[in-house]
Design a protein around this ligand. Structure first.
Ligand code: SAH
Length: 218
């Protein structure tokens, strides 16, 4: 596969250095996840003007007032999902498509929902262009999940709702795991919910800062 601009200005070395650092700090632990981080070129998911910053460990603007998350946070959430190769995963908040691309290397199918049409359309085109064929993008309101594709083994929410959206828990398969930042503007608790025969168990992962999940039109 030809990847345009893959090593325009030392991106390959910066990419390796970032992943090495995430491994050294223990943020990335699972070998398959480390491999996915090495494989997906983050600089192809950020605006052209920010390519030189793509391998710094911080979030970056991607247009429409939205951001691609910080690599450390993406590592934390991806590790927390306890992914299996056969999983069908729902992501809420496609954004640039980067998290979806990482997930696509680790599971069988990724379904991702974006509320801002321009972002969803651009991400779908980017993912298809780069050959991530097991990702399906939908423009719509993530509070509704994606009932036509449910149930999901894993759900990852990458914008922050004030409370866990009920539809997302309903669309979780038995034994399924949901990871989401929950809380107010600019400060949330990253939590993991596990659907068990006895009900839903919750554990706390970290304090985080995500853009708020907005109520959109269907
Ligand atoms: N996962 C993304 C980053 C997400 S930023 C990446 O890898 O680049 C959060 C995204 O959630 C933004 O694109 C924002 O538009 C989207 N979003 C906010 N509210 C939403 C909703 N109700 N449904 C779906 N997406 C939503």
């Amino acid at each position: 596969m030809e990847t345009p601009g893959l090593d325009r200005g030392g991106e390959e070395q910066r990419h390796e250095a970032l992943v090495d650092d995430l491994v050294a700090r223990g943020e990335l632990r699972t070998p398959a996840i480390v491999a996915a981080f090495r494989e997906v070129p983050r600089h192809l998911f950020v605006p052209r003007a920010l390519v030189d910053d793509a391998y710094h460990d911080h979030p970056l603007p991607i247009g429409a007032g939205q951001t691609i998350s910080q690599p450390t946070v993406i590592a934390l959430m991806t590790e927390a999902l306890e992914l299996r190769p056969t999983d069908r995963v729902l992501e809420i908040g496609t954004g640039s498509g980067y998290q979806a691309a990482i997930l696509s290397r680790l599971v069988s199918q990724v379904f991702t929902v974006e509320v801002v049409p321009e972002l969803g359309t651009a991400a779908a085109r980017r993912l298809a262009g780069l050959g991530y064929a097991n990702v399906e993008v939908r423009v719509g309101d993530g509070y509704q999940g994606w009932p036509q594709r449910a149930p999901f083994d894993r759900v990852i929410v990458t914008a922050a709702p004030q409370r866990v959206p009920a539809a997302l828990v309903e669309q979780l398969a038995p034994g399924g795991i949901l990871v989401a930042p929950i809380g107010a503007y600019y400060y949330q608790r990253l939590v993991r919910l596990r659907r068990t025969p006895l009900g839903v168990e919750e554990d706390f992962l970290a304090d985080v800062v995500f853009v708020p999940m907005v109520h959109g039109v269907q």
